[in-house]
Design a protein around this ligand. Sequence first.
Ligand code: ADP
Ligand code: F6P
Length: 458
Amino acid sequence: MSRLVIISNRAPSVDGASDSGGLVVALKDALSKRGGLWIGSAPAASEDPSQSIIMHERSDFDIGLFELEPQLQRDFYLGYSNSVLWPAFHGRLDLIDVQPDYIRAYREVSKRVARMVAKVIGDDDVIWIHDYQLIPLAHELKKAGLTNRIGFFLHIPLPDLQTFRAIPEWKDIAGWLASYDVIGFQAKRDVAHLIDIFRHTLNGELRFNGNMSIDGKEISLGCFPISIDVQGFAAMAAETSRKVEPPALPRLIGVDRLDYSKGLPQRLAGYEHFLESNPGYHCKVSLLQIAPPSRDDVEAYKEIRAELEAITGRINGRFGTVDWVPLHYIHRSLPRNELAALYRYSRLALVTPLFDGMNLVAKEYVAAQDSADPGVLLLSQFAGAAEEMKEALIINPHDPQGLAKAIRRGLEMPLEERRERHEALYKRLADNDVSKWSETFIKQLELPVSTPAPEAMP
Ligand code: ADP
Ligand code: F6P
């Protein structure tokens, strides 16, 4: 069997300490079964970076790290990746910060990584590149003479053509994507956007099998919704919850990196409206919002943090009493088992992104529930997860009144309906867990290119 090489900006830790992250769990099996290598950026920037991949052997698979100097790292990661591509791909053109140094660094990182990677790749290796930070990598690897099959998975949404064209380098990005053999997305909506982008930008033609043909080259596109280790997460939630006390009041929960794409102010506006229009619920429920810091050197992230702190203060000041805090806000990461127990003890989860690739929190919440007395998931229509999780209460985060009504409906939903919805959601999750996601993508990457991918045509 050929070796699998995963390349992503974030790599698992060399000592295996952070292996609980979704992506590592997903790929660990595939990597260790067939012999594998995971390449990612070194955790700290170096003033004198090595020009080669630094290899570390683990018992299950190898890890290769590339180093970058601090300025290049900043312009590449905080700059182009997270101040241009992230906001643009999430439809927030008002937040993009276009700087010549950023795109220079972005191109330079893929060029450099390609030079280093080319030295450690074997002829039969299957290469799978992840996410928006490294889109030009296949183009650079092919320029360096590699003929291996190369796949790409985008973890975040792909915007529509009009939004995409606001990125100054949109034509380059389309061309870089066309260098891959297989491109996977979270949702059908993203596949549709790429078809449109390829048609418009590169005269791509959609073939009967769902592939795109560009200048005689066939590219396989498909929808591969990512998932979680469903059974593992469910077992962890059941076990940890036995060791902690349930909350005194029915709890609503929100768990998100503190990111402007997650619709946090909109969520809190819905909760505020719920409190305003349902005085009977005062002192009877509370909302726990856990939002750990993320990319906090980027201005837009500083702003969303300040905004959230102000709204939290306003809601607690307006509705709180000496004995009741309506909104608890925690700006920290928690151990995954604690998080799992918190989900299990929450009557309602609020997942309200304005645009999201998938949203794994929605899946974790469902997996963590007690099937005898499950809680209710409120899920934004703009999360990739909404394409699959139809038994959730689907909400529009821009509508505070609608959100307030859905909160009340969720809190008052009869047990039988909660069970029915949860059973359907859990079954679909369990049938499509994260190992199935990685196996399906890898299989597609190894098949002849003319084989249709799952949900090739939206
Ligand atoms: P994104 O990839 O944009 O951050 P997802 O919802 O897909 O969004 O994934 C977020 C992951 O981060 C989930 O696995 C979630 O459990 C984890 N996470 C979010 N907040 C915390 C926190 N405070 N502590 C620990 N893990 C967290
Ligand atoms: O899921 C999208 C993503 O950007 C991943 O690529 C990334 O690892 C994760 O979110 C967290 O973001 P970051 O690596 O910037 O902390």
